[in-house]
Design a protein around this ligand. Structure first.
Ligand SMILES: [Zn+2]
Ligand SMILES: [Zn+2]
Length: 377
């Protein structure tokens, strides 16, 4: 299909809703899933998520999905990924290779009952389960022991780069001039075309299915916040479905990007929550009252020890956060010498003047009355 044909095609169907790209970041932290084993095992969660992905694909023939695993020692693509049958998916630098042209990946084995399944459903299901199995098999006991956190920052970055690539590719293929500005990004994006009847770009959103706690992700505070600000600028909402624990930064992510944050009290109802709260795309959400969270935890992590702090010190030049004033007043990030004033100096103690106690019923009856308000006449 060349560019001219595509433009003409979309001119004739300009009222068609633009497709949506849903990127799911699945927290596959083995520690957290082990704790959830009784209520929601990972296999059941995957089955629920696959149904949800199929529902998204069924909403529009052009809708796309992508799945990233935020594992304990790395972030990896579950779908789409190039040539899932081969095991050489890491290049010389150790980067995980992936391929956006997912429809070409058809070299997996077809089961006997699979032939009647809608092809996009089958491809997503096969690749996600295959790649997840491979990821789990490649995780050694030493990897699990080494850390109990999850690579959320890396997964967010992978998701953002994929969204950016697909948005540009979609805009090029369909000749939507405004597409790159509304969702494909660039610092000049003003969002002026959103909400109008003109051809919209690819509608992208990110859904994080999180199981890890907040304390584990404090050391990734800076890259996570950078990803959040990138999403904010590109108008990509970050939805968060929290199955266990409570993550400070993810609350801020959904709050800053106008996404949905839900902390599930009953993880077994995952599919119900996914279908009701997270399936509507941005266009539908304009007409819905979304389950929003009012009590967002806005705490930050200090740049010096990666501790979550209630009260901190902020560099006036680079806005770095510290839990205590830096040594000699030199900012650890930008090196600026900050005028600390006399912070930390003990205040001079001045002896308080002792007031003379006034006796009311003393020997001298001329004592001044106590300053209590007397009722007026
Ligand atoms: Zn600190
Ligand atoms: Zn600074």
């Amino acid at each position: 299909m060349n560019a001219v044909d595509a433009t003409e095609h979309y001119e004739t169907s300009a009222r068609d809703p633009a497709p949506a790209l849903l990127t799911v970041i699945l927290d596959t932290n083995p520690h957290a899933w082990a704790l959830l084993e009784d209520s929601l095992p990972l296999s059941k969660a995957i089955a629920n998520i696959l149904v949800f992905l199929n529902a998204h694909l069924a909403c529009n023939y052009a809708n796309e999905v992508a799945v990233v695993a935020s594992h304990s020692q790395k972030a990896a693509w579950l779908y789409p990924r190039e040539n899932p049958a081969t095991k050489t998916y890491q290049d010389a630098d150790g980067d995980v290779s992936m391929n956006g042209s997912s429809a070409d990946n058809n070299n997996t084995t077809e089961g006997p009952g699979q032939v009647n399944k809608y092809r996009p459903f089958r491809i997503v299901e096969e690749q996600v389960t295959h790649n997840l199995r491979e990821l789990m098999a490649s995780t050694s006991g030493a990897d699990v022991k080494a850390t109990n956190s999850t690579m959320m920052a890396g997964a967010l970055t992978l998701a953002l780069s994929h969204i950016n690539r697909r948005s540009i590719a979609w805009a090029e293929a369909h000749g939507a001039d405004t597409a790159a500005e509304t969702s494909g990004g660039g610092p000049s994006s003003g969002g002026h075309a959103s909400g109008t009847d003109t051809a919209e770009g690819l509608q992208s959103r990110i859904l994080i299915i999180s199981v890890s706690g907040a304390s584990d992700s404090a050391h990734q505070y800076i890259p996570i916040m950078n990803s959040i600000f990138a999403c904010q600028r590109l108008h990509i909402p970050i939805d968060v479905c929290k199955l266990s624990g409570d993550a400070v930064f993810l609350q801020q992510a959904s709050d800053a990007t106008k996404g949905v944050y839900m902390s599930l009290t009953e993880p077994r109802g995952l599919l119900q929550y996914l279908m009701m709260a997270f399936l509507p795309d941005q266009r539908s959400r304009r007409h819905l009252v979304l389950p929003t969270r009012v009590d967002v935890d806005f705490r930050a992590a200090c740049f010096c020890h990666r501790r979550v702090v209630d009260i901190g010190f902020v560099c006036s030049i680079c806005l770095s956060i510290f839990c205590e004033p830096p040594e000699n007043g030199n900012c650890l990030t930008c090196g600026t010498n900050l005028e600390m004033g006399d912070y930390g100096a003990k205040p001079a103690v001045v002896a308080r003047k002792r007031k003379k106690k006034k006796r009311v019923n003393g020997p001298s009856g001329t004592a001044t009355p106590t300053p209590t308000p007397t009722p007026g006449p």
